[in-house]
Design a binder for this molecule. Structure first.
Ligand SMILES: [Zn+2]
Length: 375
């Protein structure tokens, strides 16, 4: 079996580039993971997602356990075979989505019970059950089960939640056991509080994980608070393991996170925005439904290699969006995912060449050219 683990190849400032080895292939870092919630990246064929340069997808435990169920996916050969994606998959633990079911869930030391948003049926996720589900799915990178309070929250609430998450991290580690070729990531919690982040990092390092996620950010605190937390929280995590910032984000969030030492991210934004007509480009954000695109023969971005930019005008993309044609979601999602992967490739190259600061300056300068639609 191929050895599994992280190798850092270069560092420029705090920004790192490297590779995570898995038996299903290499993940080049910094990496952006498109989100395949229901065993599909919406509006994309898996081979098209791969063609944008994505090395890894994220799957959602909460959605898959309810429908079609982890047991059914396991019987059908696992999530990779089920969805026709043979590269690595990271699954979340189900925690974040269950916690956001305010009013429909009950939290105890044992775990969380909740009612399905689909049919109201009752379910339970514990750290042990989360590990079992993620194993049934065949996930390459498994996440610990944790709890994450919405911000702002008072210090007592943040501390007690973080400490329970650390007890759950230990139970997750024990339940995961020894599975060669598969990785288990711990999740640092502690809100925006430096002392709690430190306590959490120490608890996780004592248990020992294959990678470390920074959890509990991008939950309403704003970019500045997120960046200032990353400024200290990353330094508390081991140098030689991958660091994953969960649920982030907009292009400038991603660049700022990499600048602070993050190696992996995921977000629904590029795919969701593709379906709502919001287009990310080097020059800023376009809203394709804006009337100014109606007669515009230019591509979205003349330097982009995606099919939307190679073969179609803004006028056409405006038309199919306004006509609610399915190809609109397909083309705009493809473009957005291509743009995100191009950013990641650009950063990896710049870090390796020791010119990440210049790359960042060019990135921000491009966005100040101002070809932007008011949203
Ligand atoms: Zn494009």
């Amino acid at each position: 079996m191929t050895s599994t683990g992280f190798t850092k190849h270069a560092q420029d400032g705090k920004a790192r580039s490297g590779v995570i080895q898995t038996p299903r292939g290499e993940i080049r870092t910094p990496a952006f993971m498109p989100v395949g919630t229901a065993a599909t990246v919406k509006a994309m064929m898996p081979e098209s997602v791969a063609s944008t340069g994505a090395d890894i997808l994220l799957g959602n435990t909460y959605h898959l356990m309810l429908r079609p169920t982890a047991e059914r996916i396991a019987k059908l050969g696992g999530l990779h075979k089920f969805m026709n994606w043979d590269k690595p998959i990271l699954t979340d633990s189900g925690g974040f989505q269950v916690m956001s079911l305010a009013g429909l869930r009950k939290l105890t030391e044992r775990g969380v019970t909740f009612k399905s948003h689909i049919d109201g049926s009752k379910h339970e996720i514990t750290p042990e059950r989360s590990m079992e589900i993620q194993e049934l799915l065949g996930s390459d990178i498994v996440m610990c089960f944790d709890e994450c309070p919405a911000l702002p929250a008072d210090r007592d609430r943040i501390a007690s939640s973080m400490r329970m998450s650390m007890r759950w991290a230990k139970r997750s580690r024990e339940a995961f056991g020894d599975r060669p070729g598969h990785m288990l990531f711990g999740i640092q919690q502690g809100g925006l509080e430096e002392d709690f982040r430190k306590e959490s990092a120490e608890a996780l390092c004592e248990i020992g994980f294959d990678g470390y996620a920074v959890g509990g950010l991008a939950v309403g605190e704003g970019q500045q608070a997120m960046f200032s937390t990353l400024d200290f929280s990353n330094d508390m995590l081991p140098e030689d393991k991958p660091r994953y910032l969960m649920g982030v984000g907009k292009p400038d969030d991603i660049v700022g996170a990499v600048a602070r030492g993050i190696d992996m991210m995921d977000c629904v934004l590029p795919s969701r925005s593709g379906r709502t007509g919001q287009v990310f480009t080097r020059m800023g954000v376009l809203n394709i439904k804006n009337a100014r695109h109606m007669d515009d023969p230019r591509p979205l971005d003349e330097n982009c290699s995606c099919p939307a930019c190679q073969n179609y005008s803004r006028a056409y993309l405006h038309h199919v969006f306004r006509s609610q044609e399915i190809i609109s979601s397909m083309l705009l999602t493809w473009h957005n995912l291509q743009y995100y992967q191009d950013i990641m490739a650009g950063m990896r190259e710049a870090i390796a060449a020791g010119r990440f600061a210049q790359w960042q300056a060019d990135f921000h300068a491009g966005r100040e050219q101002g070809d932007i639609d008011p949203l």
